[in-house]
Design a binder for this molecule. Structure first.
Ligand code: XIL
Length: 342
């Protein structure tokens, strides 16, 4: 019989899964969450576009459902996220951007939002992705040229971290990003981190999204990312793990627009099963690494079971089965590879 993941990895790291109220109440994913997870992340309902209705006005309806389910089932919650360029309500930036007070106004809105939301969830979440995806994907400035960066400059990250710490002295504060397994991107993120640490900004850890594929990355790259963080005295969380079946996608598939993406697999074909086998090997290699790294405190998959995953619409619409449980919620080969390490 299948061991509970949270028991299997007890003493190593928390086992997390992302889920919205719809997934919590879904007959396929709910039993998986209850059996295997001791950490949860809200897929969308704790993002600024979901919570921040307007200045000082918040909508916690869905987030409260996640918190209630988690607390009823002894599941801890990771807060995701307080600031993200893709979930930035326009009201934060309203006003005359040429006026002398504009920058201070935007900063005050950000500080108030973070103070209120972190206070609301105090004692209910154990970590916050304070800033999501701040790192540039290209050489040059390490900072993503987001609206936040354009208005507040590089300081916006420190402003956000300090506001979160002021509202909750103990919750773990994270910067979360993707492609930390890419050597150049890791270097850019670490240059941001070093600036923050030099300035004494409150930062506890780095979240590695780890949206990976059957063929990328090598384990050594992920280990290097963990070690870069550990060397700086910070902890590691794996925050959004999934293993796409499309290991042959070119980089351009993840561009805007997405071009050259591999065509959809058909379930049950030889190509499908080859990819499922490669996926199991990739999952095994990754969990072997996670379990060997004491600095890795939490490992979350971005979804529960293959019946619901963002990868069926990103980067293009096609079949994808990137998780540890199949579309009916049963453990699949990737699951068995993870609990029967080499
Ligand atoms: C994704 C959700 O899964 C989708 O449902 C939503 O439409 C867009 O956001 N990096 C992140 C997550 O930090 O918040 C994203 O989640 C996936 C990529």
């Amino acid at each position: 019989t299948a061991p509970a993941l949270k028991t299997y990895f007890n003493g190593k790291f928390l086992v997390g899964m992302t889920a919205e109220p719809s997934e919590i109440n879904n007959a396929i994913s709910q039993p998986v969450l209850k059996t295997h997870a001791n950490s949860m992340t809200a897929e969308n309902c704790m993002k600024p576009l979901a919570i921040g209705t307007s200045a000082g006005v918040y909508n916690y309806t869905l987030a409260d459902q996640v918190i209630a389910f988690a607390s009823a089932n002894n599941i801890a919650v990771r807060g995701h996220t307080l600031l993200w360029h893709q979930s930035a309500p326009d009201w934060f930036f309203a006003g005359d951007s040429t006026s002398a007070t504009y920058r201070a106004t935007v900063q005050a809105r950000l500080e108030r939002y973070i103070a209120d939301v972190v206070t609301y969830f105090k004692g209910k979440v154990y970590a916050w992705d304070v800033v999501n995806e701040p790192t540039s994907d290209s050489a040059g400035s390490p900072y993503r040229n987001s609206r936040w960066y354009q208005v507040l400059g590089a300081d916006y990250i420190e402003i956000a971290l300090r506001a979160a710490r002021a509202a909750d002295p103990t919750v773990k504060l994270f910067i979360n990003d993707y492609s930390t397994e890419n050597t150049d991107k890791l270097a850019r993120l670490m240059s941001i981190v070093d600036t923050l640490l030099t300035r004494g900004a409150p930062l506890d850890g780095i979240g590695h999204q780890l949206h990976i594929t059957t063929t990328w990355p090598p384990v050594a790259n992920v280990r290097a990312a963990f070690q870069a963080v550990e060397t700086r005295g910070l902890i590691n969380h794996v925050t959004e793990l999934d293993v796409s079946l499309y290991g042959s996608d070119p980089g351009s598939c993840y561009g805007t627009p997405a071009t050259g993406c591999a065509p959809s697999l058909t379930e049950g074909t030889t190509a499908y099963w080859d990819s499922i086998r490669a996926q199991a090997a990739q999952y095994r290699a990754m969990y072997d690494l996670f379990a060997s790294q004491p600095s890795v405190k939490s490992v979350t998959t971005w979804g529960v079971a293959d019946n619901h995953t963002w990868l069926t619409s990103y980067p293009v619409n096609r079949l994808n089965h990137p998780l540890l449980f199949d579309t009916t919620g049963k453990p699949k080969s990737a699951f068995w590879a993870v609990v029967n390490p080499s």
